[in-house]
Design a protein around this ligand. Structure first.
Ligand code: FES
Length: 328
C-alpha cells in the first residue's frame, strides 16, 4: 500500500476473471490526488472507451464510485483513473487513498459515457480541480484530430493540480490558473464573444459549473457541455401528487407516491434496474421513456436532451404527466 508519498508501485497481474480489475499501479499525482492504473487480472483486453467516459468501481467495502477514464484510450489493456481525496466525502475516496493497494482487486461496470465529445473545429475545455480527469483525454483527442483548442485549468494551488507534466507539452494552449497565484478562472473574458464554431466542455465543482452556465447564456444553444460530480441543487418536483408508471416489459402499472423514487417503486414489483449513484449523476439507471413527459431531475442531460423527453434517470426523475410508460 502506498502511504501518500510520491512514488509508484507496480504489480504482476494474476489470473482472476470476470468484471474485475486489479490495481497495477498507484501514484500520487498531486496533493490529494492519486491515480490508479487498472487491468484485467488475466491481462486481457478491456472494453473500448472514448473521451468523457467513466467506469463504476465497486470497492472491497461495497461502495460504488464513478471515475472518469483519464488514460490512453488506445491502450486496450489498461485504464487509468484519478481520485481526489474528498474531505467531506462518504468514505470511498479515503478508502482509495489510504487502503486500496497495488494488487488489490475491484469490480467494475461500464465504461459509460454521458459526456461524449462531439466533433467540432474548435473546443474550449474548462477544468476545475479533479474535473481535469474527463477533459484530459479530450485534450489529447482534439490534438490528434487537429482541432483548434484551449484548456483553462484552475485549482486551489499548483501543487493540487494533477497532470501538469502531461499538459506541459501542449505549450500555450494550456492556461493554468492556480487560485493562490492567479485567482478564479477568467470565464467572462474567455466567453464574452459567443462562437458558433466552438464547443465548451467544463467539469469541476458545482460553483464553477454554475458560473460557466451564467457566462454562456448568450451563446448559441448546445455549445456548453458540463459534467457534475455531485447532484445540482433542485427545486420541488413539477407535481407533488402520485403518478402512474407502466413498466412496458411486464405490462405492470405502479403508482409512485411522492416519497418514493420511480426506481424504488419499479423495484418493489420486481423490475430489474441497474443503479449506482442514485443521485442523478452517474447515468447508470438511464431508461427509455415510451410515453408521457418526464420531470427531469438529473444532473446529466443537456437542455435539448431534456426537451426530447425520450429517456430519463428514474433514481431521481419523476413525471410531469399522470402517467409514464418506461422501458423497464
Ligand atoms: Fe446514477 Fe441513476 S443511478 S443516475
Amino acid at each position: 500500500m502506498l502511504d501518500g508519498t510520491r512514488g509508484r508501485e507496480e504489480a504482476d497481474v494474476g489470473d482472476a476473471q470476470g468484471d474485475q480489475l486489479v490495481v497495477t499501479a498507484k501514484e500520487v499525482a498531486a496533493d490529494g490526488v492519486v491515480t490508479l492504473e487498472l487491468a484485467r487480472p488475466d491481462g486481457g483486453r478491456l472494453p473500448d472507451w472514448a473521451p468523457g467516459a467513466h467506469i463504476d468501481v465497486t470497492l472491497a467495502h461495497g461502495a460504488t464510485r464513478q471515475y472518469s477514464l483519464c488514460g490512453d484510450r488506445w491502450d486496450a489493456h489498461s485504464y487509468r483513473v484519478g481520485v481526489l481525496r474528498e474531505v467531506d466525502g462518504r468514505g470511498g475516496s479515503a478508502y482509495v487513498h489510504d487502503e486500496l493497494a497495488v494488487r488489490d482487486v475491484v469490480t467494475f461496470g461500464g465504461p459509460r459515457n454521458d459526456f461524449a465529445m462531439v466533433p467540432s473545429p474548435r473546443y474550449l475545455f474548462v477544468a476545475g480541480g479533479i474535473g481535469i480527469t474527463p477533459l484530459l483525454p479530450m485534450v489529447h483527442q482534439a490534438d490528434l484530430v487537429g482541432a483548434d483548442w484551449a484548456l483553462l485549468y484552475g485549482g486551489r494551488s499548483r501543487s493540487s493540480m494533477a497532470f501538469l507534466d502531461e499538459l506541459a507539452r501542449h505549450g500555450d494552449r494550456v492556461h493554468l490558473h492556480p487560485q493562490d497565484e492567479a485567482g478564479l478562472l477568467p470565464l467572462a473574458a474567455w466567453l464574452r464573444e459567443p462562437r458558433e464554431d466552438t464547443v465548451v466542455y467544463c467539469c469541476g465543482p458545482g460553483p464553477l459549473l454554475d458560473a460557466i452556465a451564467d457566462a454562456t447564456t448568450h451563446w448559441p444553444p448546445h455549445r456548453l457541455r458540463t459534467e457534475r460530480f455531485a447532484a445540482a441543487e433542485l427545486g420541488a418536483p413539477v407535481r407533488d401528487e402520485p403518478f402512474e408508471v407502466e413498466l412496458a416489459r411486464t405490462g405492470t402499472t405502479i403508482t409512485v407516491p411522492p416519497q418514493l423514487s420511480v426506481l424504488a417503486a419499479a423495484r418493489s414489483v420486481g423490475a430489474t434496474a441497474l443503479s449506482s449513484c442514485e443521485q442523478g449523476v452517474c447515468g447508470t439507471c438511464e431508461t427509455s421513456v415510451l410515453a408521457g413527459v418526464p420531470d427531469h431531475r438529473d444532473s446529466i442531460l443537456a437542455d435539448h436532451e431534456r426537451a426530447a423527453g425520450d429517456c430519463m434517470f428514474p433514481c431521481v426523475s419523476r413525471s410531469c404527466t399522470d402517467r409514464l410508460v418506461l422501458d423497464l
